[in-house]
Design a protein around this ligand. Structure first.
Ligand code: TPP
Length: 346
């Protein structure tokens, strides 16, 4: 029965209910993020993508509910020896990209409800501590960067400053390449669907951040909604600021402006060399002026100490706002390194 498979070191991935009665540590991704709050004691979302990369290989049983084993999760590589229990409403998902030891076809919530009475609650605190220590060790430098002022501004620090100014009682969206990694690693929300990373889903579709933010603000008009946008991704749907202004939807967009299609540029640097990068530079653009021109609120931010006050001013303006924050163009996220290594077979 499933409760024997839940013997040690497992995860729940996906978009369904968590058998927290069993004490299982979990990470929620994509549409499932926020089904339980990030500050749940068993949630390891504070490790972001790093938590996933360090934690999954240690698990000996992985329960994946309502989530596809796609290239982001790299299920065939990340946990080759773990037993896998998959729950999905679509039968063809059960063995997609990775054979499952146990396949349960059905609505995730319904299946987990049926399993819950069979599960023994156990003390898994040692396993959870091991998991947390693993990703904390891995992101030591990121943790240091969060608390250290930077010049030029480091994206990790930018996200930490956003959290400092706005807090967990808010909705966050990250849209970009490297930008999505940093948002996923640093944003925490106490709300259901409080952190959304459109590009972390199945197709990695850039440009959805501003529309997602508009929708989140319409749904939660009393809470701050912040979208962290790569400068490239900002360009896809930036004119939706006009919609936000016309309909008085005061989202805050923080552009993590590295003046490039960062993830692409850094992949090119690793594969063909820094001197041969092509079509990846975007140059310095005053996106904040574009938003001002549409009658929103705009500010250019170049200094670390300006981030928090600028966010407060953006909030106080009551208008759809764009903070164009110039960040370190040389920083490459661990996600880009991992994707590059994976795609190039390293
Ligand atoms: C619609 C769409 N077009 C292209 C891509 C390919 N792509 C993945 S990451 C990336 C670069 C994103 O640059 P930016 O938004 O500036 O974020 P950064 O990587 O610099 O943080 C691109 C073009 C994509 N994922 N989605």
């Amino acid at each position: 029965m499933p409760h024997r498979l839940l013997a040690y070191g497992y995860w729940l991935l996906g978009s369904s209910l968590l058998p927290s009665a069993a004490g299982i540590p979990f990470v929620l991704m994509n549409n499932g993020r926020g089904v339980l709050p990030d500050n749940h004691p068993l949630c390891i979302n504070d490790g972001g993508f790093t938590g996933l990369m360090t934690g999954l290989p240690q698990a000996d049983v992985v329960i994946a509910a309502g989530i596809r084993f796609n290239w982001v999760i790299q299920a065939t590589k990340m946990f080759p020896d773990a037993k896998v229990v998959r729950i999905d409403i679509a039968p063809e998902e059960i063995d997609r990209n990775r054979t499952s030891e146990v396949g349960l076809v059905g609505d995730c919530g319904y299946v987990l409800d049926r399993l819950l009475p069979l599960v023994e609650g156990r003390d898994h605190s040692a396993w959870i501590t091991r998991l947390r220590n693993a990703y904390k060790a891995f992101i030591t430098t990121e943790l240091e960067k969060r608390s250290t002022p930077s010049d030029p501004i480091h994206p990790v620090r930018l996200v930490a400053q956003i959290m400092e100014a706005i807090g967990e009682d808010a909705f966050y969206i990250a849209d970009g390449g490297d930008t999505s990694y940093y948002g996923l690693a640093g944003f925490l929300s106490s709300h259901r669907a409080g952190v959304m990373v459109p590009a972390g889903g199945l197709l990695g579709c850039l440009g959805t951040g501003i529309p997602f933010a508009i929708a989140a603000k319409l749904a939660h008009s009393d809470k701050p909604v912040v979208v962290l946008n790569g400068d490239g991704s900002f360009g896809f749907n930036a004119m939706e600021f006009d919609t936000a202004v016309r309909h008085n939807i005061p989202i805050i967009c923080v552009v993590n402006n590295d003046c490039a299609w960062g993830m692409i540029k850094h992949s090119q640097e690793m594969s063909i060399g820094k001197d041969r990068c092509t079509c990846a530079e975007l140059g310095m653009r005053h996106y904040e002026k574009m938003v001002e021109g549409l009658d929103g609120y705009g500010e250019l931010v170049t200094k670390d100490e300006e981030i928090v006050p600028a966010l407060k001013r953006a909030l106080d303006s009551g208008k759809p706002a764009c903070l164009n924050v110039i960040t370190d163009p040389s920083v490459t996220s661990p996600a880009t390194v991992m994707f590059y290594q994976d795609l190039s077979g390293l």
